[in-house]
Design a protein around this ligand. Sequence first.
Ligand code: NOJ
Length: 739
Amino acid sequence: MKSNTKRKRLLVDSVADRVEQLLVQMTMSEKIGQLSQLQGGSGVDQDILKEAIAAGQVSSLLNEVDLDTVNELQRVAVEKSRLGIPLLIARDVIHGFETVFPIPLGQAASFNPEVVKSGARVAALEAASKGINWTFAPMIDVSRDPRWGRIAESLGEDPYLTSVLGNAMIDGFQGDDLADAGSIAACAKHFAGYGASEAGIDYNTTNIPENELRNVHLRPFKAASEAGVATFMSSFGDLNGVPATASKFLHTQVLRDEWHYDGFVVSDWESISQLSIHGLTANDKESAYEAAAAGIDMEMTSTTYRDHLPDLIEDGLINESEIDGKVRAVLALKIKLGLFENPYTDSKDYEQISNPEYMQEAKSAALESLVLLKNENQSLPLSVSDKKSLAIIGPMADAPYEQLGTWIFDGEQKISQTPLQAIEHLITDDVDIHYLKAMDTTRSRDDGSISQAVELGKKSDVIILFLGEESILSGEAHSRADIDLPGNQVELIKAMSKLGKPVIAVILAGRPLTLSNIVDDVDALLYAWHPGTMGGPAIAEVLFGLESPSGKTPVTFPKVVGQIPIYYGKKNTGKPATDESCVHIDEIDAKAEQTSFGMTAFHLDAGYKPLFEFGYGLSYSEFNYSDLHVNTNSLTIGNSLRASVKLSNIGSCRATEIVQLYVRDLVGNVTRPVKELKGFKRITLDAGESTVVSFDIHTDDLAFYNREMKLVTEAGDFHLWIGGSSATELRTEFSVTKP
Ligand code: NOJ
């Protein structure tokens, strides 16, 4: 252990030494060049680009994925520029490269850090084989608004789940050592508050009080910084009146002074030059000043640093030492990545892209991301022995591109295995498959196809509908105000439900859709998110019972859009709703007097509960929780307690349950959420098997930011629940006492 620490120290020293050796040789123009990221790829004049690289004016390129070009440009940087500093080659490798894993929100449904880590590992290996050494992932914006298109790219609504899975992703991308072949630098984005944009409109203003910012939105970023994420990216958003890209509070006070983060921060795409569009600055020079002074190290695509930092230094507004600090962080990453020793990439050093092993990993991730939301009368799994014909209907049944989801620049749709293909492959010849796409896209409104679907349904023993939304309906700048199933899909479901046949709906989508208008019309509902390259086989194996579904919702499913934001970790309010206190709009007497007496916090037309709560998901088996206990009811600050529960598989098949532990701090210096996830475990049990599942909770895990913005664990009483979703009622208590 000691010698390891020493070795690390030596390495750190040598990185720092090497940085200084370079820095002393650099001109100011070369230093500013190291803070500049430009666009590569087709459409960019290669001669101009090479000239700029040779002149030491470019530190990083994004979106250049042609390996020969990458190597050629690296050669210009290494052999033609004065100091031979190699380039960072950046790309949005978000949930896979050519082999696409489920969208991050789908991966989060697995509650499995190992799945998330291996997805990132495969993505890193494939991307690195093309010369990419830096990805802009993970996106760890806590996302509580399904209208926001980028919720697809998030790890859901919970700060703890996002922290654990975000760190797993960082681990997968960065590997054990950044210098290893196949390790690429990760980027924690978007710092910060981007996920809380008003009305779920992308890029919109965010207003988040500091206490909530620290207790919710900053937590995954703090965890990422502690996990050694190589870079951060600033958010496009205006946070409390100051665009995040100009926020000294975020980038200097919190990130550097409080968290002692030593990586570097890149702006988002032109987010520095956009400061004037926000109305914070009058021109690019002021924008460059605001961003540089706030703590942004590298500028993505716009050129305000290159154009104005020399004057800002000349004017004495920015110190040379501030520039040196930024350059040091950038150079340190290039050294740690081993780029000075190995600037070029030979794809022969890597496994074949999309090889069977990577495809298998993508399938396991897709399997674990599937969430069974409804299964009336055990309609699933389907047994083919007593079914002679299946109707497979819907625009998402055989849509190789659409099942990949958002942010798949390099995703290869030719290798996608669709649900239709997988079902055809899986079932025997004596079962007839009647397939109808029915709608051109999920948004189509052609009534004729519904009658065709009905005819097909009549001829079939069971109807499987593949519905949802195409990839392009979520992702950056693709927010929706109405998140019902688009087009004629609701009408299609209703028509099929009248046939008296079992109706199974499989939804492929980038967000939790509002499904209360169809949930009663289907017998079973399987949520597949956008499951990626291997989504088809994963879905088929679950539908036909080769695997039991195990995913749980990483985000709350609202009944209607008007409930948003709705999330399990809400505050209690002074008038919390109960089933008894909720009055439905239809029950109100027109002459009833207005009163606040006995009234609570709910919607007259939607109540106070969601359609499906956070952490919810069924399996083909059934689990029972009992004997919840803690090893001590009184915990002194600085210590841990052990909470245990007996978990029994009381159903008829082997299955996996995601056991979740929640706490509530009953009284705080600031009000605390009604429940907070503090632990989860995936447990697989055979039918009839039981086990004891335990969690250790340290008092540090109970800490929160108080009114003074100090991280504290307060003495007092706590509730603790363990169960299969955030609605679990199996509860015990404990107290925290001062030492
Ligand atoms: C803008 C997006 O907000 C960011 O997440 C992404 O990494 C950059 N563009 C680069 O493509």
